[in-house]
Design a protein around this ligand. Structure first.
Ligand code: IPE
Ligand code: IPE
Ligand code: MG
Length: 253
């Protein structure tokens, strides 16, 4: 039996260390069923829970879920407030699940834009799980990749003004320290559901060498089996990071 058919999948050889998911398609999923968009978001939360459990089972090192972008604030007020209260309920409901599974939870994004109650609950979840040594789960919420880079530059300018960093010492690695996700392994793989083939401001700096997998599946329909198949395909892919395959010259000769 292949691991994708197994109810208890094992770690896949050469599986990615860090996977980011752009969980898209909740609204369309609800529309097909003649329901309101929030119904799709609720189904999306259940799916996120399922995939977190899979990630724990296969011992993925890091999973980052894109839940709400900086640009999503421009959606109708009712949808935004529905999402905010759904996030609050979700945090409450799943805190013990994360603790029981040894998950370390963090957020990325601009917390100052979030409602106070939600912000507090997210902070609590971060601090309760901070010593956990299992899956590193990051929720990108009120997050935008361009905003993250601008914030990093502001911090860098502060450090420069305080003579903490010399501009000549700035490298890709040292700039990374001014950004989010800097305690996580490199972002190996991005998955976007719902057939859209864009990044929509997700992890722009960190995606420089990520593999990107687009699937037509709407997020609430995204099954564990498809996730495992994508990870398996990744594990067989050859990432060259700008270099050439060692055998290329021999083959060409
Ligand atoms: C993604 O689903 C969830 C959020 C952005 C919060 P959408 O709400 O974008 O669903 P579609 O793209 O309209 O189907
Ligand atoms: C991206 O989805 C954001 C999240 C999944 C949280 P959107 O549905 O907001 O992106 P666009 O509008 O299609 O680019
Ligand atoms: Mg969408």
């Amino acid at each position: 039996m292949s691991s994708s058919q197994n109810n208890h999948p094992e770690t896949i050889p050469n599986q990615p260390k860090h996977v980011g998911i752009i969980m898209d398609g909740n609204g369309r999923w609800a529309k097909i069923r003649g329901k309101r968009r929030i119904f799709g978001h609720e189904a999306g939360v259940l799916k996120a829970r399922e995939l977190v459990e899979t990630a724990v089972k296969i011992k993925l090192e890091a999973l980052t879920l894109y839940a709400f972008s900086s640009e999503n604030w421009s959606r109708p007020k009712k949808e935004v407030s529905g999402l905010m209260s759904l996030f609050e309920k979700t945090i409450e409901k799943y805190t013990s699940l994360l603790i029981d599974n040894n998950v370390r939870f963090k957020t990325a994004g601009d917390p100052s834009t979030l409602p106070d109650v939600l912000k507090r609950k997210l902070e609590q979840m971060e601090s309760i799980t901070s010593e956990n040594s299992g899956l590193k789960l990051t929720l990108a919420i009120a997050y935008g990749g361009q905003q993250e880079i601008i914030n990093g530059i502001k911090k860098l300018i502060d450090d420069h003004d305080n003579q903490i960093i010399d501009v000549n010492d700035l490298t890709v690695e040292s700039f990374n320290e001014y950004l989010s996700f800097n305690d996580l392994p490199e972002l190996d793989l991005i998955i976007r559901t719902s057939g859209e083939t864009r990044l929509s401001n997700f992890m722009l700096w960190q995606s420089a060498y990520s593999e990107i997998h687009f699937t037509e599946t709407l997020w609430p329909n995204f099954e564990e089996q498809e996730f495992l198949e994508i990870l398996q395909t990744y594990s067989l892919s050859e990432r060259r990071f700008g270099n050439v395959d060692e055998d290329t010259e021999l083959k060409e000769a």
